[in-house]
Write a protein that binds this ligand. Sequence first.
Ligand code: C5P
Length: 330
Amino acid sequence: MAGSDGASFGFKMYILLVLTLNATGYILLIRYTRSRDDVPMYFSTTTVLLSECSKLSISLILLIKEHKSVVGMIRDVYHNVLCNPSDTFKMCIPSIIYALQNNLAFVALSNLDAATYQITYQLKIITTAVFMVVMIGKKINPMQWLAIFLLFAGVAAVQVESANTKEDMKHYNYMKGLISIIVSCLCSGFAGVYFEKVLKGTETTLWIRNVQMYLFGILSGLVAVFTKDYNNVMTHGFLYGYDVYVFVIIGMASIGGLYTSIVVKYLDNIIKGFSTAVSIVMAALGSFLFFGKSFGYLFMGGSVLVTVAIYLYSLPKPAAGGPQKARGPQ
Ligand code: C5P
């Protein structure tokens, strides 16, 4: 079954599931590597910078595939990125905001357990909706607002139950961690909606937009390395403390970023929130079934809330005159 945008339902489901599983693995791995005592600690700003380099390289490879030649890719980048600075500069703002958000994830996960992080980070569902209204004038009626709040509560409940909360409490600076997450949620909402607005409001293709974004991402990442870790990098080296886990984190950040851009292209940021909520419930259900655990009230209550939220959000909007048409979430 293909949608009007040419992407099949199965393809969209696949992307969303990968996005959700990848995000969970990413968070757990950052938390694991930031709470180790027995190995030298890597500099997180370098990890964010290398993720941007990796996403840029993958985007360029995908452009080569699209044009079926290196020359085609170079021409495309030359005309649409280098010779079109006013268009390219549109991606400067979201890339700076994302650089802040990506660095804050490390601050938060150095000070909070992964479960608290995952649950609190769901607040981005609400910040995203607010920015959708403010920045692209999306109409959200009171029933849909209720749906968005229920969705947040439902996903948070599912994650309380499925997350492992038995971590010890050393290293924690709760306030610093919570403030980092709240700022991250604001960044996520703003940058996500900004990216969607620019991507859908112009003819420029997704991969050129990503190339523009990651070029600025590399610059922002360099600024972060210089301002936060310049002395450390000069003394110990850029890759100090790196091991296989840190490289996997870079790989997961790259997969997450590229898949996020695909989701925003084919869906929108609010649907992304709803769809990832469904994948989170499915992933939790899968892990309960897989590990033979019985699921409790929080999981069941949370799943019901998510289902009700989807139903409420997709109810037809009351029309001023004429008949109402049933529709899916939009
Ligand atoms: O949590 P959230 O969905 O806001 O995370 C978005 C992530 O996707 C960020 O790490 C951001 O750097 C990345 N991204 C990307 N390319 C895009 C849009 C987002 O790498 N075009």
